[in-house]
Write a protein that binds this ligand. Structure first.
Ligand code: MG
Length: 277
């Protein structure tokens, strides 16, 4: 199953995604994952005003021709820092003994194709290409030997944009990780890949390869992360878990195009511009 979120005839829709000659296409409209808490809350008042998908006449279209939206509607975005040994080393950090967690706010979400805005408060904004999990079932106090896949709806691509100077300056990472547009996610969600078999995470800036890592090099495995996180925090359907970035992080500047690619999950492409008031 592969699906995306996109705008069609003025409404938010979910679409079924299939590969046609190697290119992702939206082949049909599909119902929203009903259990998504944030989606339900956002539409609680307007539900009766949203037309049913049967009332739309939809013709298949290439994914790249669609006006995509962030691939998930999380109530929270939980992120893991330093989950690749070589990335911890490149920033001069020790390999952590326990997962290092932080949040990004849902207000930081950015659609594929959207513009990352460089805030005036920072002089160093980095890309961090990452695999993201989309939670499918409420997960609380999962044991590390639980059937964790039953709680994961699928996987997508994320870019954990970071104001590196503010991350070092501020006692908390909230601002450095939380600016508007600092969490591009998409282009689609798929449950047809297996990170435990190794997914390649690559980041390119203006076409030049900057990051190349494999999920086989995680310090903390997905079940270990889910057990550690849900011991403290209940994960809701639609929530995102960003699993950390490999080495090769670097700065973005206005005019750049940044692309994060994971085979089977497509290319998450965004442009970069200075913020404007
Ligand atoms: Mg990160």
């Amino acid at each position: 199953m592969k699906y995306c979120r996109f705008l069609f005839e003025g409404h938010t829709h979910y679409g079924t995604v299939e590969l046609r000659a190697g290119e992702p296409w939206i082949v049909d409209l599909t119902a929203a994952p009903e259990e998504d808490l944030a989606y339900r809350l956002a539409h609680a008042c307007a539900a009766s005003l949203i037309p049913s998908i049967e009332s739309f006449d939809f013709e298949p279209m290439p994914l790249k021709a669609a006006q995509l939206l962030p691939a998930a509607t999380p109530s929270k975005i939980v992120c893991v820092g330093r989950n690749y040994r070589d990335h911890a080393a490149e920033l001069g950090n020790e390999v952590p003994a326990e997962p290092l967690l932080f949040f990004k706010p849902p207000s930081a979400l950015l659609a594929p194709g959207g513009v990352v805005r460089l805030p005036a408060a920072s002089s160093r904004v980095d890309y961090e290409g990452e695999l993201a999990l989309v939670i499918g079932r409420r997960a609380r106090k999962l044991r590390s030997d639980a059937d964790w896949r039953a709680f994961v709806r699928g996987y997508t691509v994320a870019n954990d944009i970071t104001a590196r100077d503010l991350q070092k300056k501020d006692a908390q990472w909230t601002r450095a990780k939380g600016f508007d547009t600092f969490c591009p996610v998409g282009p689609f969600v798929s449950d047809e890949v297996d990170p435990e078999k190794g997914l390649t995470v690559e980041t390119r800036v203006n076409g030049e390869l900057r990051q190349h890592g494999s999920t086989l090099d995680f310090i903390f495995s997905i079940p270990a992360l889910l057990s550690y996180i849900t011991a403290a925090i209940t994960l809701e359907p639609g929530d995102l878990l960003l699993t950390g970035t490999p080495s090769g992080v670097g700065a973005l500047k206005a005019g750049d195009k940044v692309e994060v690619t994971i085979p089977g999950l497509g290319v998450l492409a965004n442009t970069v511009e200075a913020d404007v008031d």
